[in-house]
Write a protein that binds this ligand. Structure first.
Ligand SMILES: [Zn+2]
Ligand SMILES: [Zn+2]
Length: 296
């Protein structure tokens, strides 16, 4: 088989979608005010690796399969449903199974979200997710290269939107999308990606459902926690205590959150708790706030 530019274009479609969407939103100011610890350069370098993995996994199909450019619109719809279900269950597994949790850690370093970081994933996560999507969409559902590429590009478009701060679209400061809540506030919920929260609703993993199960008021919890983490990032971005706090918040589920901390970190968190108690304690003592920060 003779490889043409058309063949390359088809397998590059998801990558082109990423670069066009992420860069356009960036130029429009979607990431203005980003102050996370992952640099934009690292996000883009990771994307180059993800693009290379995705394209090298698709390329052999041209040599192994017959009609790679077959197009049936209903197969594209099947591809979108597969992406929705596979991403939900793989994502959920990556928060429950210890080994998989390790490979997902890199993505949760992205706080707050950034359009360039939509696929800021470890190579292992890319292989795990890509492998599951590939087996189901190609081996079980029989999608051609073109059909899968179109479905994956639609998925990419929505994944970049998922990693665009909701406040950029709404203009309301402090507004958080479902996926931002997953990144910034509670990693034990909102696993649905990239289209809609249907599966979270179906399987009881929406933020509201998880909070109610734990006897917490989701509204109050969200406000308090988002305010504190955002305030910590804004007020003391270079503090190691804040970096550790943000890091721990993103890696631990609230239900199991209990960390052992060094005395240096404890001292810094105590100072931070005193600061919060003085300005926005809402009736909580410094000790209570310290315990809460410590147990994030
Ligand atoms: Zn994400
Ligand atoms: Zn996650």
């Amino acid at each position: 088989m003779h490889l043409t530019w058309l063949h390359v274009l088809v397998i590059s479609l998801p990558s082109i979608t990423y670069w066009v969407c992420a860069v356009t939103l960036h130029l429009m100011g979607a990431n203005r005010g980003y102050n996370g610890k992952v640099s934009e350069r690292r996000m883009l370098l990771t994307q180059v690796v993800v693009d290379a993995l995705q394209m090298s996994a698709s390329l052999p199909r041209y040599y192994l399969e017959g009609d790679c450019f077959a197009f049936r619109w209903w197969k594209v719809v099947v591809g979108l449903v597969v992406i929705d279900w596979v991403e939900y269950w793989c994502h959920r597994a990556m928060h429950c199974v210890p080994l998989l949790r390790t490979i997902h850690k890199k993505h949760h370093n992205l706080i707050p979200v950034h359009t360039f970081g939509a696929y800021y994933n470890s190579a292992f996560e890319a292989l795990f997710l890509g492998g599951c999507l590939g087996v189901i969409s190609i081996a079980l559902c029989g999608l051609s290269v073109l059909e899968l590429s179109i479905a994956a590009s639609v998925g990419t478009f929505f994944t970049v939107l998922d990693h665009t701060p909701a406040a950029f679209f709404s203009g309301e400061e402090g507004d958080l999308s479902d996926h931002e809540i997953h990144h910034n506030v509670c990693s034990n919920c909102n696993f649905s990606q990239p289209f809609w929260p249907l599966l979270d609703w179906l399987f009881g993993t929406r933020f509201e459902d998880v909070m109610r199960k734990e006897g917490k008021d989701p509204e109050k919890y969200l406000k308090r926690k988002a305010k504190r983490v955002n305030r910590a990032i804004l007020s003391q971005p270079s503090s190691p205590a804040v970096a550790r706090l943000v890091n721990t918040t993103s890696h631990l589920d609230d239900s199991v959150a209990s960390i052992s901390i060094s005395s240096d970190l404890a001292r810094e968190l105590k100072k931070f708790a005193a600061d919060i108690a003085a300005s926005e304690g809402e009736g909580q003592s410094e000790e209570q706030i310290f315990e809460e920060l410590r147990n994030y």
